[in-house]
Design a protein around this ligand. Structure first.
Ligand code: CA2
Length: 154
């Protein structure tokens, strides 16, 4: 059975590369998608890549990834990181591991960004590596879920 990861992006990430390049860089969401596909392919994983500006749609996709038995979710919840009980509850309700990714280091920014409703229910959190955080998250998931290598018998 082919293995796949969901990469979910929250509100305003469709604007990546078009505004605030000092914080988020010049790369676009299309570039992020290409990076995710390349990284996943190196681990024999395929990618379901999505972005939404709507909280409920992100909740639906978290449930969908679990139902379809994705090996994991890479989630950049955008501004919902700091507000969304619904996304927190959705992650808590499913068994698929979620890696929280932020392009920027949210702890080095405004106080309101220091709280994440996602972090307590995420398997891991990555932030501050720019878009490379997505690649690190996929590699982490692939390593976590890889079948243990067999030792040659003597
Ligand atoms: O650093 C991240 O990845 C964030 O999740 C990005 C969110 C922000 O609310 C979080 O605190 C940290 C914002 C996404 C909006 O991205 C834009 C990109 C370009 C121009 C404007 C917004």
């Amino acid at each position: 059975m082919p293995k796949f990861v969901y990469v979910l992006n929250g509100p305003n990430l469709n604007l990546l590369g078009r505004r605030e390049p000092n914080i988020y860089g010049k790369t676009t969401l299309k570039d992020v998608e290409a990076l995710c596909r390349k990284t996943a392919a190196a681990h024999k994983l395929s990618v379901e890549f999505r972005q939404s500006n709507h909280e409920g749609e992100l909740v639906d996709w978290i449930q969908e990834a679990d139902e379809k038995k994705a090996v994991g979710i890479v989630l950049n919840p955008g501004g919902y990181t700091h507000t969304s009980v619904a996304i927190h509850d959705a992650i808590k309700a499913v068994s698929v591991p979620v890696i929280e990714v932020h392009i920027s280091n949210i702890h080095a920014r405004e106080n309101f960004r220091h709280v994440s409703y996602v972090a307590p229910v995420a398997k891991a959190t990555i932030g501050g590596f720019g878009i490379n955080g997505y690649a690190l998250a996929i590699t982490g998931l692939a390593t976590m879920t890889a079948a243990p290598s067999r030792r040659p018998s003597r």
